[in-house]
Design a protein around this ligand. Structure first.
Ligand code: ADP
Ligand code: MG
Length: 238
């Protein structure tokens, strides 16, 4: 059984009287430990699919099996629990809190988790993650005192703080220059190779696609030329 199994997923938005069909029968699997790019033109439904994968939204119909459970009909609070447990997010615009230091941004998801961590432990873990993304010396900087690439590294550290099984990144290099994009993409590759983290990069940019081991193309709400999940050799952290 693969980590992610999507079976005939439909999503239709309703705007007043108007139905807007966006996803039109998506069937695709992602194995644990994969690094995949979900690629498609603007408006093809990538973010809609990412919102479903990330348990931010539910499909109109179809099944979403995550780690052996069909979660497609979970309520919003049930989805929130799964999301906190299993999923890390990275966004194009970083989504950091402006008046908060790097280390406190990284700690933020811990402060509304269900664990029992003392403030000092949270800070230590957040500091370790900042070290892992090469920002040990920037822990007390605020976002405005960091470059775009550094802000995205803070966001990556934050996405890892709950030890997710899956990292979802929606156009993570969309606001970065090409040199910085390359650094960020290498960081995703390292996290995948070293820690065995399952990563889905959502993008319209073929350069991002080149950094993935498999590209899933989406066109007008459908998967174009589906490829099977690529089981990953053992070796990464489980
Ligand atoms: P992408 O991320 O590939 O650019 P999106 O998933 O954001 O595409 O959007 C796909 C289509 O769905 C677009 O036509 C968009 O207008 C529509 N859409 C997205 N979100 C909503 C929403 N909340 N309500 C209505 N239509 C939406
Ligand atoms: Mg999008």
């Amino acid at each position: 059984m693969d980590l992610i199994e999507l079976k005939d997923i439909y999503k239709t938005y309703h705007l007043g009287e108007l139905d807007v069909p966006v996803l039109k029968g998506i069937t695709v699997n992602v194995a644990k430990g994969e690094l995949v790019a979900l690629m498609g033109a603007s408006g093809s439904g990538k973010s809609t699919l990412m919102n479903i994968l990330g348990c931010l939204d539910h499909p109109s119909s179809g099944e979403y099996w995550l780690d052996g459970r069909d979660i497609s009909r979970y309520s919003a609070p049930q989805r929130a629990t799964i999301r906190n447990d299993k999923i890390g997010f990275v966004f194009q615009n970083f989504n950091l809190l402006a008046r908060t230091s790097a280390v406190e941004n990284v700690m933020m998801p811990l402060t509304y988790g269900r664990h029992e961590m003392a403030e000092r432990q949270m800070r230590a873990w957040a500091t370790e993650l900042l070290g892992r993304v090469g920002l040990a010396d920037r822990a007390h900087h605020h976002p405005s005192q960091l470059s775009g690439g550094q802000q995205q590294r803070v966001a990556i550290a934050r996405s890892l703080v709950n030890r997710p099984a899956i990292l979802l990144a929606d156009e993570p290099t969309g606001n970065l220059d090409s040199h910085t994009s390359e650094e960020i993409l290498q960081m995703f590759q390292d996290l995948n190779a070293r820690d065995g983290l399952t990563i889905i990069l959502v993008t319209h940019d073929p350069e991002v696609g080149r950094h993935a081991r498999r590209v899933i193309h989406i066109r007008d709400g459908l998967i174009d030329g589906a490829t099977p999940a690529l089981p990953v050799a053992a070796g990464g952290r489980s």
